[in-house]
Design a protein around this ligand. Sequence first.
Ligand code: G3H
Ligand code: 13P
Ligand code: NA
Ligand code: ZN
Length: 307
Amino acid sequence: ALITSKEMFAKALTQDYAVGAFNVNNMEIIQGIVDAAKEENAPLILQVSAGARKYARPAYLLKLVEAAMEDSGLDIVLHLDHGEDFDICKKCVDDGFTSVMIDGSKHAFEENIALTKQVVEYAHSKGAVVEAELGKLAGVEDNIKVDARSATFTDPDEAAEFVERTGVDSLAIAIGTSHGAYKFKGEPYLDFERLKQIHELIPDIPLVLHGASTVLPEFVAKCNEYGGNIPGAQGVPEDMIRTAAGHGICKVNIDTDLRLAMTAEVRKLLMEKPEEFDPRKYLGPARDAIQRMVQHKIKNVLNASNQ
Ligand code: G3H
Ligand code: 13P
Ligand code: NA
Ligand code: ZN
């Protein structure tokens, strides 16, 4: 069945593991992820961005996720990733999503609170849960200097006031991660002191880490080896994800690692077998590559096997 993340997060909050939230866009991606979660007997969140809804179309994604549940027998959280306004959050709740993110992080504090409250009120009235965001993830081009950090990273006192006033179920925070494949120019850095302060002030609120892909070097290398061009890609080291999971991070968002695993495999197959033109011959192995990557993530990084 489709479930909310309420009990999932309550349990993850008390232990050193986190739930993986994986972005889905098509059948092969959904199958690879769900097969991995089933194999690891792990809690699972599938998330859909506005871009994914537009690409695959809402009805297809819903039916594919329904099929995945029927086929696997797993309970799954279906979550809207980065909803930018009330309207898209309402549409997804009405479609049966059990969880939505209202991302008001680009707005001023009071506007973010007002928007989040509006979504919380509607979602809760329909039995769905809400994730909000406070603080800004650094853009790929941002050169984060020490003094600029406090302007963009989540302020612990504001976080406490924000959850109190909005009644939101979980909170995405900014401590140095960013979306995409180019997260750090030099040494990776996350502000764990800030994470600890936030978690201490609001110990009962599950925290969410966006931009949490590791940008696994083996996939980057494989892409580049087989005709790709993604130099200097760098993500969040796996041990940093493990540390975060022990300090209140209950949900770890992963999209880029799925994209890289899939693309690396497709590139390799097409390059090695130029005579091949049956899509199943490269999308099948790509699906397997996603499954292997997600199982590794669940088992060795999120520590969520059998949870
Ligand atoms: O937060 C971004 C996710 O990776 C989704 O990306 O908006 O291109 O679907 P997208
Ligand atoms: P990555 O780009 O690091 O995979 O982050 C995905 C994400 O935060 C989706 O909301
Ligand atoms: Na945890
Ligand atoms: Zn995100």
